[in-house]
Write a protein of this length. Structure first.
Length: 92
């Protein structure tokens, strides 16, 4: 399984999967999650944009760094709760 560093730029409204080739927290990006898979990225982006269902660049919502960090915490709490019920998220 390949891992990436999930980063977000508030100015650019862009989530990126860095393959650890860029210095952390540079060029306007902050690290959201230091170890992230492709599937986790897709689930997180879908969770983050659930309010309007639009991709970040197309959305009228302007996400702040704090919004993105809070969404990650909410998603982690939700997935932890699923595990307590012996449930999980599977891809198609």
């Amino acid at each position: 399984m390949k891992y990436y560093r999930l980063e977000f730029s508030e100015d650019q409204q862009w989530l990126r999967m860095d393959n650890y080739s860029h210095p952390e927290n540079t060029n306007g990006f902050i690290t959201i999650k230091s170890k992230c898979t492709d599937m986790e990225y897709n689930i997180f982006e879908a969770f983050l944009t659930r309010a309007d269902g639009m991709m970040l660049k197309e959305s009228k919502i302007k996400y702040r760094n704090v919004d993105v960090m809070e969404a990650l915490q909410e998603l982690e709490t939700f997935t932890k709760s699923l595990k307590e019920y012996n449930l999980g998220i599977k891809t198609i």
